[in-house]
Design a protein around this ligand. Structure first.
Ligand SMILES: *Cc1c(COP(=O)(O)O)cnc(C)c1O
Length: 408
């Protein structure tokens, strides 16, 4: 089958909710992907911040294969060792006390919202509580997660959504304070905004919101779905601020390719929050994903992945700063660890598409940001290769623009 036929087959049957790149991916190895024609791509997207160990990691693959042959699924009516081991690893790595496994990030957000509402319900003896979320945030596509997503374009067609959500500006403590009422039960935000354009929370904001929450018995929910599991150079990004949430969410790199998410909470919250009958899932945290999560944390720790991310992240950061100095179209650089964004005045979708031609996968965030969320295992040589390819793309686009202007 030709590539065109493969694409047609997909487009004939799949719901058209993505404008996909005309790229049919076939296999991966380390930081590289290969399409069905055998063309190689350096991957700085990692399946949207998922494939922390890159592709085809033998140890990880073997652990999953072994679990497939043993036991895939049991439901949550019974205990299984891989699930328990995964929960232990996650609580240990995060310092949180209790975990509930989900199948996706959006579901983790759903659970976090329910946990916060139930906590306030138990305390006050009634419902009707409010949640404060941030403008330009992204928490997922289900109705609850969409309700706290600060992007009107995503929300509008599906309104009315969950009531009782108020919006504040990220990194603006006063704007959060202005939304607090005696009904506020939770404040939710991403420690580093991802889809919104790679905006790390400021230390003052983290500390200020934490204090505000403590003063008013409001729960702080940190969404670590994109920035967590090593990407920031800390296992969870909030650990780099020394500001601990009451509830946190994880997904994406948590399973490094198997669909798993989680929401976690402190014992203080868990004691008076979700109880038997309040929440559940058929697949969530089954033995298969349990084996994956267990292996991910084992490898993260053994490979001292956070130290590696700090080292390579600093190198990437320096190289991206140099690009901003060199190209007029690049106006700003933000990010930490291996989660970076370049603000670009050229059409970023075009930059992504042209990068593919050069054998580089980069994605976008917001309307004007080129996003870099590579596998965490990359080395300096991968950074150099990416910079070289991206520079070639930007040079070419500059030349095209120059020629166009000359012809005018
Ligand atoms: C991707 C993402 C989500 C949603 O996760 P899904 O697995 O796509 O449902 C939620 N929050 C953040 C910060 C994300 O990056």
């Amino acid at each position: 089958m030709s590539k065109e036929q493969q694409i047609k087959q997909a487009e004939d049957a799949l719901l058209h909710v993505y404008n996909r790149f005309s790229l049919v991916l076939d296999r991966g190895d380390g930081a590289y992907l290969y399409d069905t024609d055998g063309k190689q791509y350096l991957d700085f997207a990692a399946g949207i911040a998922v494939m922390a160990f890159g592709y085809n990691n033998k140890e990880y693959n073997d652990a999953l294969k072994a679990q497939v042959d043993k036991l895939l699924h049991t439901s949550n009516l019974y205990y299984s060792v891989p699930t328990a081991t995964a929960a232990q690893a996650l609580t240990k790595a995060s310092g949180m006390d209790r975990v509930f496994f989900t199948n996706s990030g959006a579901e983790a957000i759903e659970g976090a919202i329910k946990a916060a509402k139930k906590y306030a319900y138990t305390r006050d003896g009634h419902g009707g509580h409010e949640i404060i979320a941030m403008n330009h945030s992204f928490h997922g596509r289900t109705i609850g997660a969409l309700s706290v997503t600060g992007n009107e374009h995503y929300r509008e067609p599906f309104e009315p959504l969950m009531p009782g959500v108020k919006y504040a500006d990220f990194n603006d403590l006063d704007s959060v304070k202005a939304q607090v009422t005696d009904k506020t039960c939770a404040i939710i935000f991403e420690t580093i905004q991802g889809e919104g354009g790679i905006y790390p929370a400021s230390k003052e904001f983290m500390e200020g919101v934490r204090a505000l929450c403590d003063e008013n018995d409001i729960l702080l929910i940190l969404d670590e779905i994109q920035c967590g599991v090593g990407r920031s150079g800390h296992m969870f990004a909030w650990q780099g601020y020394g500001v601990k949430p009451d509830i946190m969410t994880s997904a994406k790199a948590l399973g490094c390719g198997v669909p798993v998410g989680a929401f976690l909470m402190t014992e203080r919250v868990a004691k008076t929050s979700l109880m038997p009958g309040d929440h559940g899932t058929t697949y969530g945290g089954n033995p298969f994903v349990g084996a994956a999560v267990t292996k991910v944390f084992e490898m993260m720790e053994r490979e001292q992945m956070t130290a590696h991310v700090q080292e390579i992240g600093a190198y990437l950061s320096q190289k991206l700063d140099m690009l901003v100095d060199k190209y007029d179209c690049l106006t700003a650089h933000r990010g930490v660890g291996l989660m970076h964004g370049l603000v670009c005045t050229k059409k970023v979708a075009e930059v992504s598409a042209k990068a593919l031609e050069k054998g580089l996968i980069v994605i976008t965030a917001g309307s004007d940001v080129i996003r870099f969320v590579p596998p965490l295992i990359i080395e300096k040589e991968h950074v150099d290769e990416m910079i070289e390819k991206l520079s070639a793309v930007l040079d070419e686009m500059d030349e095209t623009a120059l020629n166009r202007n000359k012809q005018k």
